[in-house]
Design a protein around this ligand. Structure first.
Ligand code: NAD
Length: 246
């Protein structure tokens, strides 16, 4: 059975990706941020994945920490025997205007959203190179493609992920490893619950489909990109935004 490791999979988009991949027959390694409440949520996600008849296990790690990521990847490989897919989903926002943004707000968003992709990909790609196959999906955002007021730090992290995705795809394509990204627009999750009505209404006006996205609509594209149906797609960033950018 192929094994998928998903970071930040205790809630939101990551939870939905874990459940969708379990339905598709993947064994699931669920990373969660090491708190009691996240552990409980991760256990529930694992139980739901297990109901699909696949193996599912949970692994704590702060993905902004280089050493913890190395230990996480080793633990998943020891437990499951392989890592065939990696979804770098974990992310945070610390939104405020550039002139008000603190150094901590900038550095922490870069560490969790961007450096985590390096922390996770370095050890995982080594395993995939030995296996001679693998697929990675990184979670970018429309903020990384077009920018967004109040998200100087977040846009920086997500734009970087798009570049990292293309560089890695070029480095490891000859090893039969594909690396892609998705760039969601406004999706209904605990992350976007924090937006004010004014912010939501402003984004809503720009969406061609005139509705916010559902987590399942991200998970289905991630599942496609990890599957053999996408065997000739690498280095791409797929926007999933209901036509926000047109
Ligand atoms: P969410 O806040 O519901 O979930 C984020 C998950 O990441 C949580 O489980 C959280 O515990 C985990 N996490 C945070 N910091 C972590 C760390 N240091 N180590 C390990 N795990 C950590 O958010 P979401 O909306 O589900 O977002 C998931 C991803 O999708 C993020 O990368 C986000 O930037 C991206 N995204 C979301 C939207 C949206 O509209 N919701 C749009 C574009 C991109």
């Amino acid at each position: 059975m192929a094994v998928a490791l998903i970071t930040g999979a205790s809630q939101g988009i990551g939870e939905c990706i874990a459940k969708r991949l379990a339905k598709d027959g993947w064994d699931i390694a669920i990373n969660y941020y090491p708190t009691d409440s996240d552990k409980l949520k991760a256990e529930n996600v694992a139980a739901a994945c297990g109901e699909c008849g696949v193996k599912a296990a949970i692994f704590p790690a702060d993905v902004s920490d280089f050493e913890q990521c190395a230990e996480l990847v080793k633990a998943v490989k020891d437990e499951f025997g392989s890592i065939d897919a990696l979804v770098n989903n974990a992310g945070i926002t610390k939104d405020t205007l550039l002139t008000l943004m603190t150094e901590e707000q900038y550095d922490s968003v870069i560490a969790v959203n961007q450096k985590s992709v390096f922390n996770m990909m370095k050890p995982t790609i080594k395993i995939m190179m030995k296996q001679k196959h693998g697929a990675v999906v990184n979670m970018a955002s429309v903020a990384g493609l077009y920018g967004n007021p109040g998200q100087f730090n977040y846009s920086a992290s997500k734009a970087a992920i798009i570049g990292m995705t293309m560089s890695a795809a070029k480095e490891v394509g000859a090893r039969n490893i594909r690396v892609n990204a998705v760039a969601p627009g406004l999706i209904k999750t605990p992350m976007t619950d924090k937006l004010t009505d004014e912010q939501k209404n402003k984004i809503f006006e720009q969406i061609a489909l005139k509705r916010f996205g559902e987590v399942e609509e991200i998970a289905s594209v991630v599942a496609f990109l990890l599957s053999d149906a996408a065997s000739y797609i690498t280095g791409q960033t797929i926007e999933i935004s209901g036509g926000l950018s047109m």
